[in-house]
Design a protein around this ligand. Structure first.
Ligand code: NI
Ligand code: MN
Length: 215
């Protein structure tokens, strides 16, 4: 069993039996974060999708406090120190039956997405991205059951694209992220949830910061 905690924006904490994995820990500048940096304890691994401030966030400080590994694309390694570099298409075993695969994203700043696989259940964090048709291939390769997709528009795909992305990925559950943090990316999540129900086979789970999903 694992728990997926939403920390607002694109930040998530995934607690498994063996490891605590933090993704895109934008905490201090994130007005919705339900935690402060010093409350994030026993973090084993931090996944960073790219170097923009709202994703790299407080990764370096949290890693220093917790002696966590940071996993990121090779080109970001210099900025974070003690990182585990990888690149798109690669997979690393984090613990028994827990794997992380790095997948592509369409954005600037050498962005990527990640699929974390826990006992065969794939959780896809798309990072910052526009829509691309190989999202379907990612799902086929890594058996995506839960998709975390940006919906805010402007800097990433918006609701319309996220609905089509969900059709391609065909997850059991889709969780929206990267919205409402700033006025430009405000979204009516009721519209998102309705369209997902009407146009896909997935269940929309709109998580409030601090909410958790049992996996
Ligand atoms: Ni970005
Ligand atoms: Mn972003």
């Amino acid at each position: 069993m694992a728990e997926l905690h939403y920390l607002g924006h694109s930040a998530f904490l995934l607690k498994t039996d063996k490891l605590n994995i933090l993704i895109d820990p934008f905490i201090k500048g994130n007005k919705f974060s339900p935690v402060t940096v010093d409350k994030l304890k026993d973090i084993d691994v931090i996944l960073v999708t790219h170097g923009h401030d709202d994703h790299l966030g407080d990764a370096v400080e949290i890693a220093r406090r917790n002696e966590s590994k940071i996993i990121c694309i090779f080109d970001l390694v210099e900025r974070v120190k003690n990182a585990v570099p990888m690149n798109i298409g690669g997979t690393i075993e984090l613990a028994e039956n827990i794997y992380v695969s790095m997948v592509q994203a369409f954005h600037s700043s050498n962005s990527v997405g990640f699929v974390i696989s826990i006992n065969g259940t794939g959780i896809y964090h798309a990072g910052d991205t526009g829509i691309f048709s190989d999202m379907g291939l990612i799902s086929k390769l890594y058996d995506v059951e839960i998709a975390l997709l940006p919906i805010g528009g402007v800097y990433t795909m918006g609701v319309q694209e996220a609905v089509i992305a969900t059709q391609m990925i065909n997850p059991r559950i889709v969780v929206p992220m990267h919205y409402d943090t700033w006025p430009q990316i405000e979204v009516d999540t009721k519209v998102f949830a309705r369209l997902i129900k009407e146009e896909t086979d997935a269940t929309p789970k709109v998580m409030k910061p601090g909410d958790k999903l049992i996996i």
